[in-house]
Design a binder for this molecule. Structure first.
Ligand SMILES: [Fe+2]
Ligand SMILES: [Fe+2]
Length: 238
């Protein structure tokens, strides 16, 4: 199962780009279609660094919702007199961990794009980069949190589709801008995120993180569908 994950592996990023572009995107639900349409209207159809910066601001919210939902479930399970179900505790702990890990990864993406926009002197606008992210993140968070509360599988499915979109957008962005392959990239955040030799490779590396996020969500859907916990699963809190 682990070979589907790309994190920490040395891969041919160009070959991975082709692989993504040859694979269809996961179908998006109505909420995501509305979000992607809003993106194209507000930030333009062309892929750009300011546009992916906002995508990354949004990307953290489902993970935050799962982390919050997992903690609330733990509190609920322990705020009663009868013993808490170990299966449910393990599921909650797993969702807290998934949420935290991916949230941190998305955070580095966001910080990297913000730093690179700053280096390039790209001006961010008040409406598109202050108000719009606030409105969209509020809606996205509330919806994911509700889905997680009432039908967790739907929230993992929505996130998988969001991540599939992000992976394809990044690979398409790199494919459209071959000049990025000759552009060295520097960032103060390369002490926390794997340094890449060009902007093109950095975009591809981020795309692979999105693929991993998608696969984690898909894996969780099958885990939840197959019962709350399987004996041989990895211990979630280590
Ligand atoms: Fe991301
Ligand atoms: Fe992601």
């Amino acid at each position: 199962m682990d070979e589907i994950y790309t994190i920490g592996r040395e891969l041919d990023l160009m070959a991975e780009q082709e692989r993504t572009l040859a694979t269809p995107r996961l179908p998006a639900n109505l909420m995501l279609r509305w979000m992607f349409l809003t993106f194209d209207i507000v930030y333009g159809r062309a892929r750009s660094l300011p546009k992916v910066l906002v995508l990354e601001i949004l990307a953290r919210y489902p993970y935050w919702a799962w982390e919050d939902g997992g903690y609330r479930l733990l509190s609920k399970l322990h705020s009663r007199t009868r013993p808490a179900s170990l299966d449910r505790i393990k599921v909650a702990l797993r969702h807290v961990r998934m949420g935290r890990e991916a949230q941190d990864n998305e955070q580095w993406h966001m910080l990297l794009w913000a730093d690179i926009c700053r280096q390039k002197g790209i001006r961010l606008s008040w409406f598109r980069h202050f108000w719009m992210p606030r409105v969209m993140t509020f809606i996205y968070y509330c919806l994911t949190r509700l889905m997680y509360r009432f039908r967790p599988v739907s929230s993992f499915a929505m996130n998988a589709a969001f991540e599939s979109h992000a992976e394809h957008e990044y690979m398409q962005f790199a494919w459209e801008h071959t000049e990025f392959d000759d552009e060295p990239v520097h960032s103060i955040w390369f002490d926390r995120y794997p340094r890449q030799k060009s902007l093109g490779d950095l975009i591809r590396r981020v795309a692979l993180d999105e693929r991993d996020h998608m696969n984690r969500s898909l894996e969780e859907i099958s885990r939840l569908g197959g019962g709350p916990w399987r004996e041989n699963d990895e211990i979630p809190w280590t």
